[in-house]
Design a protein around this ligand. Sequence first.
Ligand code: UD1
Length: 361
Amino acid sequence: MGLNMKKVVLTTGGTGGHIYPALAIAKELKNREVETLFIGSKYRMENELVPENGFDFIGLDIKPIKITNIKSIYRLFKSIIKSITILYKENIDCIIGFGNYISIPVLIAAFLLGKKIYLQEQNINLGLANRVFYRVSQKIFVAFDKTYEDIPRKYQHKVMVTGNPLRKEFRYIDREEEREKLKIGNNEKILLVIGGSLGAKKINEAILNNWDELFKNLDIRVYWATGKNHFDEINNKIRKRKPNDVIKPYFDNIAKIMAASDLLICRAGALTVSEVIELQKPSIMIPYKSSDVGQKQNAELLKKIGAAKVYDEDNSDEAIKEAINLIKNEKLLKKMKNNLVLIKKGNSTLKIVNEIDIWRN
Ligand SMILES: CC(=O)N[C@H]1[C@@H](OP(=O)(O)OP(=O)(O)OC[C@H]2O[C@@H](n3ccc(=O)[nH]c3=O)[C@H](O)[C@@H]2O)O[C@H](CO)[C@@H](O)[C@@H]1O
C-alpha cells in the first residue's frame, strides 16, 4: 500500500440495505486505487459480509441507542472515543455514512475531527442518522427525487439525486440468458418471493397458507428466500413441492433469479425497490409495518406510477392470491414493467465516486 494513497472510511451496518450500497462504492474506490476501511457494529451482518467481500472491517460495540438508558449512553460514548482513535490514526480523506444508528458514533467522531462527511440515503424518506448529519455534510446522495422534501431549502444544494448504488451484477444482466441458464420453459412463470435481507415472517406465513394453491399451478415455479432464521421451520412444514421449486434461506445470486423472474412478492426495502426498478420487474409489495424504516413510502412510489401492487402486512394472504392471478396476466405485467422506465436512474456508483472530493486534501 502506497504512502500517498487516499483513504475513505465507510460507516454502515445492520441490514443488507445499508451494506450493499457501501460495498458497491468500496469496489469502485478500489478500482481507482483508493484505500477503504469499513466501520460498523460487531453484532450485525456487516461483521461477516464486509470481510467476505475482501474489505477491511472494524466492528465496534454499537447497539441501538436509548437515550434514557445510562448503559446505552455509556456505550455510545465509548464507541465515539474508539472511533476518534481510529479515524485519527488512519488519517482519512473523507468518511461516507450510509444511514442506520450504527453510523452515528463514527460520524460524531468524524465531525469532531473536522473530517469531510458524505452521506448516502437509500430510502425515499431521510432516515434518522442522515437527518442528524446532513447539515454538517459536504453532500448527501439520495436515491429518489422525493427525498428533497425532507431537507430544508437552505441545505438542498447539498443534495444530489443519484439512485442507489447497486451490486454490479444488476447492471449487466439479460433476462433471456438467465432463463436459459435456469432451464425455464417457454410457458413457465417465475415467481420470486423474498423478504428483506433477513427474510420476512409475515410473507413466509402467507406463502405457507397458500402453498397448496401454488403447488397446483404447475406452470408457476417458485423461488423463495425464507431468511436464514426461518428456513428450517419452513422446510420441515412443506411436505409436497414441485420438482422445480427452489426454497433457500437466502439467494446469493439474486440478480440472476430476479432477472429471470416474471413477478416478485417482496418487502419494500430501499434496495429491493431500486433493484426492481433497474431490472424493470412488476411486483407485489408488502412493506414492513414499522414506520421507522420507511418501507411504506418506498412502496407507494411504485404503486403511484402503476408498477407495483401494495398490500398491508395484515392482508398478506390476499397478496399471494393476487400474485397467482397477476402472474398470468401478461398484458398487465408488461404495462407495469414499462411504467418503471420513468424512474430509472443510471449508474449511481460512478456518479457518487466521481463527486467525492478526496484529491485536493
Ligand atoms: C427491517 C428493516 O430495517 N428494513 C430496512 C433495511 O432493509 P433490508 O436490508 O432488509 O432490505 P433492502 O431491500 O434494502 O435490501 C435487501 C437486499 O438483500 C438482497 N437479498 C435479499 C434476499 C435474498 O435472498 N438475497 C439477496 O441478495 C436484496 O437483493 C437487496 O439488495 O434497510 C433498507 C435500506 O435502508 C430499508 O429500506 C429497510 O426498510
